[in-house]
Design a protein around this ligand. Structure first.
Ligand SMILES: Cc1cc2nc3c(=O)[nH]c(=O)nc-3n(C[C@H](O)[C@H](O)[C@H](O)COP(=O)(O)O)c2cc1C
Length: 139
């Protein structure tokens, strides 16, 4: 069975609050458990970066649903590849809330990423987090 890993970024809806985030996370875990999808959802207060991995057709279906979801906009696929095995096997969807500045977001992520995450995946997640990180220091 071919496994696919897809990473996208999006802009969270302006009115999205903690309860909404919790609802997204809870539903994602339930649905992903049924669909055989695992992954990581990073939120930095304004943007999402999500890695979803699973059977090719299940990922395709989820992408369609995510594109239609009004709780975020600017959905942009950043990486889409076939993989030999899962990188986030135990996680039906882990939510990592990180700070908005890149170096702080990196620190936050290092604490939650699985210790056995292959180095190339680890580096890619950190690199991609830059895509959603604020570069301007607003104090
Ligand atoms: C940032 C974000 C991440 C999401 N992650 C997932 C996910 O991992 N799995 C999932 O099934 N739905 C996820 N959803 C919810 C889907 O967009 C969609 O609402 C859900 O799959 C149900 O689809 P339906 O409303 O078309 O039935 C996410 C939504 C958002 C805004």
């Amino acid at each position: 069975m071919s496994l696919r890993s897809l990473t996208y970024t999006s802009l969270a809806g302006l009115d999205l609050d903690s309860d909404d985030l919790l609802a997204i996370h809870t539903a994602a875990r339930q649905l992903n458990a049924l669909d055989g999808i695992t992954g990581l959802l990073i939120h930095n207060g304004t943007h999402f970066l999500q890695i979803i991995e699973g059977p090719d057709d299940a990922i395709g279906d989820l992408v369609e649903r995510l594109r239609r979801d009004p709780r975020h906009t600017g959905f942009e696929v950043r990486d889409d590849r076939e993989v030999e095995e899962r990188s986030f096997a135990g996680w039906t969807m882990e939510l990592a809330r990180v700070r908005s500045r890149y170096f702080e977001a990196r620190e936050d992520l290092m604490e939650v990423l699985p210790p056995d995450l292959p180095a190339p995946v680890h580096d890619r997640v950190l690199r991609m987090t830059e895509l959603i990180s604020g570069t301007v220091d607003l104090g």
